[in-house]
Design a protein around this ligand. Structure first.
Ligand code: ADP
Ligand code: MG
Length: 252
């Protein structure tokens, strides 16, 4: 099994607050104008949850994902991880949290073109000081069904396979959270469905999954959906209400 049931593992704290935004603003100062990409977002994400984030282009989805993933800091307000504010942490402390806790998946894969699948997946292990742990990297690639492609370069892989390498890279350090920003946006329907299934399987094993998507049929598979408009959350639905919010025509 991918993530064994540890005493202190994800399973034992299912439902507890993992990430929290408190009145979080992100304002970009472009000289002449200021762009308020996020306008005072307050939000709690529970451990083990599966959340989709929807809304039109430019509504602040990626900006919020970057705050939740500690890739960026809010202009005002706070971000808490396991109840602890990240506001006063140094950049290297934030990087450490990202390495140990977060796995990122992006629309355009972000693989190093001249490195094999195996080498791409090994990089976060090296950054985390775990060395070139080839067994662990192979384990992650097998986990996403690419055990027979480890020596391939990104341009020798299909889009769906490349995205699975990116997922292997995201899980190789045993993250608590996977943040995926339109991970199926560049893929055909079938490859996209496989990526989604992989993410959902990881979620079923206790990893929190936060997924930005444009596509209603994807968004509605989550157990919670947030809808953005102009830097604000205009809907936050769970359970049976998810599908109507995910497929709503307004604001798309
Ligand atoms: P989404 O992911 O929903 O398409 P973004 O979070 O990328 O939206 O962007 C939200 C708003 O912030 C947009 O108006 C965008 O133009 C602006 N924005 C995002 N990143 C920057 C940046 N680095 N500098 C200036 N404005 C930005
Ligand atoms: Mg975006």
């Amino acid at each position: 099994m991918l993530f064994g049931k540890r005493e202190d593992g994800p399973d034992s704290q299912q439902g507890a607050s993992l990430l929290e935004l408190r009145e979080a603003w992100k304002v970009y100062d472009l000289g002449e104008v200021e762009v308020s990409a996020l306008r005072g977002i307050s939000l709690t994400i529970e451990r083990g949850s599966y959340v989709s984030i929807m809304g039109p282009s430019g509504s602040g989805k990626s900006t919020m994902l970057n705050l939740l993933g500690c890739l960026d800091r809010p202009t005002r307000g706070d971000v808490l991880m396991n109840g602890t504010s990240i506001a006063d942490l140094e950049d290297d402390e934030l990087a450490e949290i990202r390495l140990r806790t977060m796995g990122f998946v992006f629309q355009s894969f972000h693989l190093l073109a001249r490195r094999s699948a195996l080498q791409n997946v090994m990089l976060p292990l090296v950054y985390a000081g775990r060395g070139r742990d080839m067994d662990k990297a192979v384990w992650a690639l097998e986990r996403v069904g690419l055990g027979d492609r480890i020596e391939h370069l990104p341009n020798q892989l299909s889009g769906g396979q490349a995205q699975r390498v990116a997922i292997a890279r995201a899980i190789v350090n045993d993250p608590e959270i996977i943040l995926a920003d339109e991970p199926t946006g560049a893929l055909d329907t079938k490859s996209g469905a496989q990526i989604l299934e992989t993410l959902e399987e990881l979620n079923s094993q206790g990893i929190t999954v936060i997924l930005v998507t444009h596509e209603p049929h994807i968004g509605q598979r989550a157990s919670r959906v947030l809808r953005f408009l102009d830097g604000e959350i205009v809907a936050d639905a769970r359970g049976e209400a998810v599908s109507s919010v995910a497929t709503a025509v307004h604001g798309t």
